[in-house]
Design a protein around this ligand. Sequence first.
Ligand code: PLP
Length: 431
Amino acid sequence: MTYQPDESSARRMDLADPLARFRAEFHIPKTQHGEDSIYLCGNSLGLQPVRVEAAVLQELHDWKTLGVEGHFHAKHPWMPYHETVTEMAAEIVGANPAEVVMMNGLTVNLHLMMVSFYRPTASRYKILIEGNCFPSDRYAVLSQIRYHGLDPETALLEIHPREGEDIIRTEDIEALLEQEGDRIALVLMGGVHYYTGQFFQLERITQKAHQKGCLVGFDLAHAAGNVPLNLHDCGVDFACWCSYKYLNSGPGSVAGCFVHERHATAFDLQRFAGWWGHDKSTRFKMGPDYHPMPGAEGWQLSNPPILAFAACRASLEVFREAGMKPLREKSIQLTGYLQYLLEQQRIDGLRILTPTNPEERGCQLSITLAERGRDVFRILSENGVICDWREPDCIRVAPVPLYNTFMDVYRFAKMFGQAARGETIQQEAVL
Ligand SMILES: *Cc1c(COP(=O)(O)O)cnc(C)c1O
């Protein structure tokens, strides 16, 4: 892909974009001047699909008019409601529907999965995570280790990039697994690293870990809806993700969980139980003994939050209409364009932490700017750009193929250059 630095080429790429119509499926937050802001924060909170409002209102209406009868007589009956999103979610992560369930929040699901898949023994008790991982994941892992009466000093392994590098090399992960694998019970890594944007090689990591007898889980918070995933074929044991980042299902909406088919009927695995994981056909006999359903659904605890599910269902429909493959193609172009425009300006002190190889990243670029990062971030914010700042010195920018345009990227990069050089921001006339 070759790019040109001028504004007209951004316009041309937008005109040629086969997914352009999907922007109108979303509410774009406005600036104080009433214009569309340049929203590059879908990695943190995805925008609201227009059709979500009607979907949520439908459930409010059915609750208002039907009360408890809504469980069976709502337009979308609540009793089997969670099933309405399973297939669409499974497509996004490359799984069979029986391997996927949407439930709870992400960190909750990580815990439930560790209850089943972190079963330390005297000789195999370590958990391997990536260095500088998302705090919630680290807290969850530390608490699981302590819950088993173990000491994180000896039971937690963290893998870091080499001195002077930003990215964790796959060969280093493999080497560590080769060396320590016999003592590792669980490998639990991000699919896409939240800070650097590195897309880990799920298949190679899983193969090596399995070869050494470890179980493998991935946190796909920054991967689901962003990069192509093939959880079933990769052979990953479990995975968890949230739906409010790239999946646009609304703040705190219901999370996802994958359990590989090979564990579908492993009823002897320890698990925390609740009635929604109980065999559907006898759940309402209200018997005293627990009989879990086969597959991922068997890890459910509670009856699902219908309002959150309504948003999730409507949002996943948009994904299904657009298709992950075309989305990924546009994503590679958009992020490549962003990288090109930033590098082409030769900005002093600019560093992109994210891998330059499109195969090793999703849409996010993580940028540092020597000492000026925070000032530049502030100036961008004052000029209608919504992206995010991560301590200590990183600006994360995520052009999302469902609703961002090449023009968004062009305007962002231009303002970024002006702010970094200390120039006044030239806002172009509204487009
Ligand atoms: C966003 C994110 C979370 C958030 O966890 P919640 O339980 O949804 O609050 C956890 N882990 C990672 C890697 C994330 O990116």
